[in-house]
Design a protein around this ligand. Structure first.
Ligand SMILES: Nc1nc2c(ncn2[C@@H]2O[C@H](COP(=O)(O)OP(=O)(O)OP(=O)(O)O)[C@@H](O)[C@H]2O)c(=O)[nH]1
Ligand SMILES: [Mg+2]
Length: 385
């Protein structure tokens, strides 16, 4: 399955229905009073965060979402029907931006949160409302108000407390599989994980937090190299990071031998280049695969290095489960003491310009309410002296 995590689309609210121009026409009443009803309200376009929706996949082929117009007012003081609102369900964790300038409009972080993207126009008043002592026979009604429209970009950000990052094959998925309920694919080749996995970690009985296993990052990730790039945006939502490093013996003919210090620097640089606020996210360094002798050998030196930088350093083995409890305590404490990051600093995805639709481009199937007043309601106008 493709992980659709950003879409651009244009939302059009419905226009208000025009008020009617009508007069009472009764058999023995010579001059009936004005009796045009009001137009109905145009429908809104509303986004609703729904925890049962996992991706933005359903919206991928929708370039626009349009609500109906309100119905015109009717004679005999009958109001036109209000149009239904259109509710678009999106995953919890969706950020809504104006596609034209990237302005953040809403952060739908909780199940059930709603955001009105486009507001339906109010219906116009019918001529009955314009009657006054000096104007007994108003032959006009109000057009409906136009509905608003807005091109938006929806971005899905993972709602995780802790992001597990690191080069491919360092053991991120193995770790999440032993500390949480997630059961991701694990294999000894790079880029096994193609999309982020979320897992719920129970920590010290009551408390729990969500961890995300992010696909492996490589140098150049901030420019789009490798897979991790598209997921760096997701990492922004995490309160804290666990940066997993590993030691692989530098064997001849093994091109991807991991040198943990260089790896850590390289990924830190990628974070920095992608977003300075991401590089400053509180971080724990985790040295994995401690069951292997050549990893244990380097542990003291690596610990001294990272602790010297003021970072928390934990060594563990997901295979033997050694060191997992201290690791959980370290990340649990960090997550608990770190407030969620400021959404305002999140990097915006680029909007898809083809999906920013100008309402003037498709007037045909979406007439302006002004155009409706005369032809549709004039049938009710009585030809009087
Ligand atoms: N000896 C040992 N091997 C491990 C440990 N954890 C993971 N591995 C092995 O390392 C390899 C990669 O593990 P993954 O968990 O798939 O690595 P990853 O970081 O998720 O990799 P990508 O998804 O490709 O980024 C697998 O062959 C695992 O069995 C460990 O604690 N000890
Ligand atoms: Mg993986």
């Amino acid at each position: 399955m493709r992980f659709v995590d950003a879409v651009t689309l244009t939302c059009f609210a419905g226009h208000g229905g025009p008020g009617a121009v009508a007069f009472r026409r009764e058999k023995y009443v010579d001059k009936g009073g004005p009796s045009g009803g009001n137009g109905g309200r145009g429908g809104d376009v509303i986004l609703l965060a729904d925890r049962n929706v996992g991706t933005l996949l359903d919206l991928r082929y929708r370039h626009e979402v349009k609500a109906e117009d309100g119905r015109p007012g009717q004679p005999r003081l009958m109001d036109g029907k209000d149009a239904e609102d259109i509710t678009v369900r999106v995953p919890v964790g969706t950020l809504v931006r104006d596609a034209r300038d990237g302005e953040l409009l809403a952060d739908l972080a909780e199940d059930g949160e709603r955001f009105v993207v486009a507001q339906g126009g109010r219906g116009g008043l019918g001529n009955a409302r314009f009657r006054s002592s000096v104007r007994q026979v108003p032959r006009f009604a109000q057009p409906g108000e136009p509905g608003t429209h807005r091109p938006i970009t929806l971005e899905l950000k993972l709602l995780a407390d802790l992001g597990i990052i690191g080069f491919p094959s360092v053991g991120k998925s193995t770790l999440i599989s032993v500390i949480s309920n997630a059961r991701p694919k694990i294999a000894d080749y790079p880029f096994t994980t193609l999309t982020p996995n979320l897992g719920l970690v129970r920590w010290r009985d009551e408390r729990s937090f969500v961890v995300a296993d992010i696909p492996g990052l490589i140098e150049g990730a901030h420019r789009g190299e490798g897979l991790g790039f598209q997921f760096l945006r997701h990492v922004e939502r995490c309160r804290a990071l666990l940066h997993v490093i590993e030691v692989t013996p530098q064997m001849e003919g093994v091109p991807d031998g991991r040198e943990p210090l260089a790896d850590h620097d390289a990924i830190q640089r990628e974070l920095q280049l992608f977003s300075p606020s991401l590089a400053e996210r509180p971080q724990i360094v985790g040295l994995g695969k401690m069951d292997l002798p050549f990893v244990r050998e380097r542990e003291p030196e690596l610990r001294a290095h990272f602790e010297g930088l003021g970072l928390t350093f934990v060594a563990f083995s997901a295979a033997t489960r050694d060191g997992l409890q201290p690791l959980l305590d370290a990340i649990g404490t960090l997550v608990q003491n770190t407030p969620p990051p400021d959404v305002a600093h999140f990097t915006a995805v680029e909007a898809d310009p083809r999906r920013i639709i100008d309402p003037d481009d498709d007037l045909d199937d979406d007439p302006h309410p002004d155009d409706l007043v005369d032809d549709e309601t004039s049938v009710y106008v009585r030809d009087e002296d």
